[in-house]
Write a protein of this length. Sequence first.
Length: 255
Amino acid sequence: MNATISIALALVSAYLLGSISGSMLIGRIKGVDIRTQGSGNAGATNALRTQGKGFALATALIDVGKGVIAVMLIAAFFHVNPMLTLCAAVLGHCFPIYYQFRGGKGASAAVGGLACIAPLLTLIIVAVWIVSLTLTGYVGPCTVLAAALAALLTLIYGSNFNLSDPLSQSLACGMFALVIVMHHANIRRFLLGTEQRFARMKKKRGCCWSSRRRQRKKLAKLHCAQQKIDAKKICLIPNIMSFTSASKPVFYAKA
């Protein structure tokens, strides 16, 4: 097969694969579109905030798997540079043709594919992401930090991370730049001080909760309290009616 045709077919296949959104697939089963909730993004972070851990985990696994398949299967089948197919998959993840080009921000698919190409680099940026997220609670800005660090390490130490040729380095830096650009809204909110964060709970709880979840709990408590008040009002109505009927004056007809 001609090299140009192989590259074209590989890019199209990887893009179509990347366009499969994990949150939209799971959302179709549950009858929900998370793009209409929370931040409006189809990524795993918004899935966690709006739908919970199970939904977010399934979304993340699908999105990470797209990057793995793009590198391990599509690139190997068409004998092309794996960074080409990974970039195409990330592009499809961000701008999926199946969902009006409204997708995620590319981080999950990028990490999945990068783990197969440059596992040491992936380990470093994931560690940095986890540490910074634990310290700050900001998912978006920490992802931007990890992507910027990955681009810097690729430019300086690319040969140590299996990214020695200029094409692979350029594609990798372009992919990291795309991830950063897709987080532009997070950067803006962070600079304005309005970016949401995952607040750490007490150590004995051992988990993280979003501010939205705490707000939902407060609203649920208020709703329960209002229901109790309404129930008491309903119970008082028969008593009031019996009291008013008993206090009506009785008129006797003259003999």
